[in-house]
Ligand binder design. Structure first.
Ligand code: CU
Length: 170
């Protein structure tokens, strides 16, 4: 009985982890080139869709670079890194995109921002793509899959919760 309980509990934990990773994407900034002066961040970000709940991963050599979050468009354009919202320097920094809106990042090393080491990203809510449906058919396939996604995982979570409760009662 103890073995059964442990295996079921493991299954529940793994299922919950899969559910979380399936719903949120991690964007490695700059792709395989990473956070570096040579990377074209405008072209990288234009190929990505940033959704609320996703994360950004800045990967770089901490002896060369760092990451600072800038206050706004003005500091981004002029590369003013004197007053920042947040700064990170581990070499593998993860930033959670917890709400919709535009955020600005740059390297904190002197001169790197001017060399193009800066990033502007706009996070959208998960329901935003359904706006595109207005120009074509009422229900686009992507909007339909998004609507399906959330109730489906809520259902799975409910089943797993009941199952876990039963396991502890046995
Ligand atoms: Cu740098």
């Amino acid at each position: 009985m103890e073995a059964l309980r442990k295996s079921l509990l493991t299954f529940v934990i793994v299922a919950v982890m899969i559910q979380k990773t399936a719903m949120a994407a991690q964007h490695v900034v700059g792709g395989s080139q990473g956070w570096d002066e040579s990377t074209d961040f405008n072209s990288w970000s234009s190929g990505q869709t940033f959704k609320v709940g996703d994360t950004l991963a800045f990967r770089y050599s901490p002896t060369l670079h760092s990451v600072v979050e800038l206050e706004g468009e003005g500091s981004y354009k002029s590369c003013d890194i004197s007053s920042t919202v947040n700064s990170m320097s581990t070499g593998n920094d993860v930033v959670k995109l917890n709400k919709a809106g535009t955020r600005y990042f740059a390297c904190g090393t002197a001169g790197h921002c001017d060399q193009g080491m800066k990033l502007k990203i706009t996070t959208v809510t998960d329901s935003a793509p359904s706006n595109q449906a207005a120009s074509s058919t009422p229900t686009s396939s992507s909007a339909a899959s998004l609507r399906f996604c959330t109730p489906f995982f809520a259902f799975i979570a409910a089943i797993l919760t009941i199952q876990m409760a039963l396991v502890f009662l046995l």
